[in-house]
Write a protein that binds this ligand. Structure first.
Ligand code: FES
Length: 127
């Protein structure tokens, strides 16, 4: 059973062999404290550093490449855009801010988070 180690929050989450799971969805469901705002690849708030297991992640797509730029080559990914198929360990800065503040609705930050959280928790990990 593969394991995701969320180093910064000290959490670990196992998932069934053969599954590919969305990293941010797993983090939200298991209260792993990965920061996020848009859950759509636009803000960059949920960037995580891959400490190990990079080959067990889905390849980055255009939106993630565009948002991360050089950070992608340095080992960073966006949790909301990344699917996991095997063991990985990740870390992040607890105080990190969006790479693109314009992608965050500053007038309703907490309500936006709750709306996204509720929507994501209703979906399958592989959606
Ligand atoms: S939460 Fe905004 S890019 Fe992933």
């Amino acid at each position: 059973m593969p394991t995701i180690r969320f180093i910064t929050s000290g959490r670990t989450v196992d998932f069934p062999d053969g599954d590919d799971v969305n990293l941010l969805r797993v983090a939200i469901r298991n209260e792993c404290e990965v920061p996020y705002k848009c859950a759509s690849g636009n803000c960059g708030t949920d960037r995580i550093f891959v400490e190990s297991g990079a080959t067990n992640l889905s390849p980055p797509r255009k939106r993630e490449r565009d948002r991360l730029g050089e950070l992608l080559d340095q080992g960073w990914r966006l949790a909301c855009q990344t699917y996991v198929t095997g063991d990985i360990s990740i870390s992040w800065d607890k105080d990190q801010t969006p790479l693109n503040p314009n992608a965050v609705d500053k007038s309703l930050p907490n309500q936006v988070d709750e709306r996204i959280k509720n929507r994501w928790l209703q979906a399958n990990d592989t959606d």
